[in-house]
Write a protein that binds this ligand. Sequence first.
Ligand code: G3H
Ligand code: 13P
Ligand code: ZN
Length: 332
Amino acid sequence: MISYKTLGLVNTREMFAKAVKGGYAIPAFNFNNMEQLQAIVMAAVETKSPVILQVSKGARDYANQTLLRYMAEGAVGYAKELGCEKPEIVLHLDHGDSFETCKSCIDMGFSSVMIDGSHLPYEENVALTKKVVEYAHQFDVTVEGELGVLAGVEDEVSSEESHYTKPEEVVDFVTKTGCDSLAISIGTSHGAYKFTPEQCTVDPETGRLLPPPLAFDVLAAIEEQLPGFPIVLHGSSSVPQDDVDTINKYGGKLVAAVGIPEEQLRKASKSAVCKINIDSDSRLAMTAAVRKTLAEKPGEFDPRKYLGPARESMKQLYMHKIINVLGSNDKL
Ligand code: G3H
Ligand code: 13P
Ligand code: ZN
């Protein structure tokens, strides 16, 4: 059993309480490799922001859970080396799919886990989430539960359409499970294709697809039921069209990729939404930079020469999110 506290990591409890009170949201960035992690830490330190490092099942399969945990421990040391005296870094399991997966992460130093039982019948979701909470809380690890189903693919769980969180269920769920935060469904979804062109309107000036707005009425109803309780938004990438254009210019083929407009995320950040998950935008920034560098320098074969610009591009993206969308800058 390794306690995250000995690794210099923190759980989400205090961080979320401050964020809800202060009207901002904590960035939860997924990472799978060193360049992404470096970019996240550099951005968090430069902007003086707390940050959540997220590890998905896919990341655990790709990079190895043990290695990722050591990288997160290294992130704390790296942040200090960059000049941050007291970094606030959470290591979080994203979309935990079973009690065993959550336990394994808790036992090896994660400070926060998500148990995603959103695809289960309600009572089974309650029972599974409660079981994870009872285990996690013994070690002061915080737990994110989920109610409602996001459209698209939630890791291996696919649903054709989204089922918004039912505000009438949230008090019962939170009370019965004891979870520390709740991921909800209000129209966001995972990946770079969040809406079909048929769901969008076309901006007459730019010709870009404009998605339908998020269900802020559902969010307001949830807040009314659970005043001050930390709410989480998954699937919150904005799919920057400049990156999509760069990818397509240099040989990629991303057709009709649409994300959540940043103004809507800015609005959500000011509410009880205190954790915003972003993964796809980082993937797009990295891919755009790698494609551009390799196209412009076809003789290049030193990975540092194309991963370096990719890292810089991700860092700029993370800083932009922190300062201009989530408002978590200057909080350390
Ligand atoms: O929620 C999904 C995240 O973007 C993680 O995706 O399972 O491909 O690592 P992944
Ligand atoms: P995006 O695919 O919109 O980046 O969402 C990531 C996410 O929710 C990770 O859990
Ligand atoms: Zn997610």
